[in-house]
Design a protein around this ligand. Structure first.
Ligand code: PHE
Ligand code: NA
Length: 447
């Protein structure tokens, strides 16, 4: 997309906006982070809370960002200033800061994905593993997740992001996403069918799909902030990405339908990812709670080693995941870049290179130890994004409710009071749950 001194584009088509927003939403959050959170928080008990969170909190919170973006038609920082002014302008700066933190470690994980594309080609992990040989795939992940490998591929990932964003290739992004979503569905579908045939499938499905209520009640203090963090992270909420994207929308767009489409695709891909990962982990005798940040890499590598032409499927799989990660990373850096162009008067090229370098440096400590991924990740998802979400809700639903209601109504024919339902959902339950999640998230982070 183009911002700054160029004349401002709107999405060429409605599909263009949806594709870009889906491109931002679908990413490592679905494929890497989701299974890892499910594993850590006890399986289906987490899924139930997470799905409720996405529907009752994530979706209305997405509308909050859409409203600000479309009303102002500006980059995130400018949008907040125009919408609210005064001290609220600092909220835009917070978004820029969040972008730096998230992209720093997102890029390290994106680097792992690129490393696995190469590993598939060279046969690094394929052929040496089978469902019964968990240690081999685990060892491979251990070798590439930190150190020089991780650093080099983190650099490569950021380089790709910088080149794409510096060239401002909106069309390229749209095309990438058009290919990516069906490709992910197809490849993950194939892998899910394979996973279904494994000996551990039955056990995995019950772990993944039938919630243990006692577990939920005993562990809600850790499940709730995890669901909040995952909900915001996966939907790209809480840092203004969706403000930026909606700023390109026209007024005859039904924001609710667009939002539902984006949430639907994003949720479907997460659920499908779990149907691939957990049968494989269970069949390999890996405790899903122990899989940690490597769960998806270890499990898929094992499966690929066990399949005919696994290396080829591996290239396709990790290649598609790389596209998903890149389109999300682009949306993250675009928040910062468009701010630098519009507010600091820097050229797109210079802004992108400088910001990309800064993010690269911020990610370097993450390549030293995988515990650093967890540290950055908890701070970003469970604290920063939730803070961003809370402040946006207060701003839009409490301070500027009339503007928000009016904006939401554009492009929607029969409203039947849904706007009021939305307003009061966001005003009270959403806000309360977010504040509780934040408090629990802070407790977790400091302990
Ligand atoms: N939603 C993206 C994903 O799931 C990550 C992201 C978070 C992107 C926040 C933008 C803003 O991978
Ligand atoms: Na996502």
């Amino acid at each position: 997309m183009s911002t700054g001194n160029d004349t401002r584009e709107t999405w060429s088509t409605r599909l263009g906006f949806i594709l870009a927003a889906v491109g931002s939403a679908v990413g490592l959050g679905n494929i890497w982070r989701f299974p890892f959170q499910v594993g850590q928080e006890g399986g289906a008990a987490f899924i139930v809370v997470y799905l409720a969170f996405v529907l009752v909190i994530g979706f209305p919170a997405m509308m909050v960002e859409f409203v600000v973006g479309r009303k102002t038609g500006l980059n995130t920082v400018g949008a907040i200033r125009e919408f609210a002014g005064g001290a609220w302008t600092y909220l835009g700066s917070l978004f820029v800061f969040i972008g730096f933190v998230i992209l720093a470690y997102y890029s390290v994980v994106g680097g792992w994905v690129l490393r696995y594309v190469l590993g598939s080609v060279t046969g690094g992990y394929v052929g040496t593993t089978g469902p019964e040989e968990a240690p081999v795939a685990q060892q491979y992940f251990g070798e590439i997740a930190t150190g020089l490998d991780a650093l080099a591929f983190h650099a490569l990932f950021m380089l790709l992001v910088v080149v794409i964003v510096a060239l401002g290739v909106k069309r390229g992004i749209e095309l990438g996403v058009k290919i990516m979503v069906p490709a992910i569905a197809l490849i993950f579908g194939v892998l899910a069918v394979y996973a279904f045939t494994l000996p551990g499938a039955a056990e995995a499905y019950s772990y993944y799909l039938s919630p243990d209520l006692d577990y939920l009640l005993a562990n809600w203090q850790s499940i709730v902030p995890a669901a909040a963090g995952q909900g915001f992270f996966t939907l790209s909420l809480g840092m203004g990405v969706m403000i930026t994207y909606a700023s390109y929308l026209s007024e005859d767009e039904n924001l609710g339908i667009d939002g539902a489409t984006i949430v639907g695709f994003n949720t479907g891909i997460s659920i499908l990812t779990g149907l691939v990962v957990f049968p494989i982990l269970f069949s390999a005798g890996v405790d899903p709670g122990e899989g940690g940040a490597g769960a998806i890499f270890v499990s898929v590598a094992q499966a690929l080693g066990d399949i005919q032409f696994g290396w080829l499927l591996g290239v396709l799989f990790f290649g598609t995941v790389a596209i998903a990660a890149l389109s999300s990373a682009i949306s993250l850096i675009e928040v910062i870049v468009s701010y630098a162009i519009d507010e600091l008067g820097v050229t797109r090229r210079r802004a992108t290179v400088l910001i990309g370098s800064g993010i690269f440096l911020l990610g370097v400590p993450v390549t030293v130890d995988t515990d650093m991924v967890t540290l950055y990740d908890i701070f970003a998802a469970k604290i920063l994004l939730v803070v961003g979400g809370i402040l946006l809700v207060v701003l839009v639903a409490w301070r500027h409710a009339d503007d928000a209601i009016a904006e939401l109504g554009k492009g929607i024919d029969s409203f039947a009071g849904i706007d009021r339902v939305w307003l009061w959902t966001v005003r009270v339950p959403v806000l309360v749950v977010l504040v509780v999640s934040l408090a629990l998230g802070i407790l977790e982070f400091v302990s």
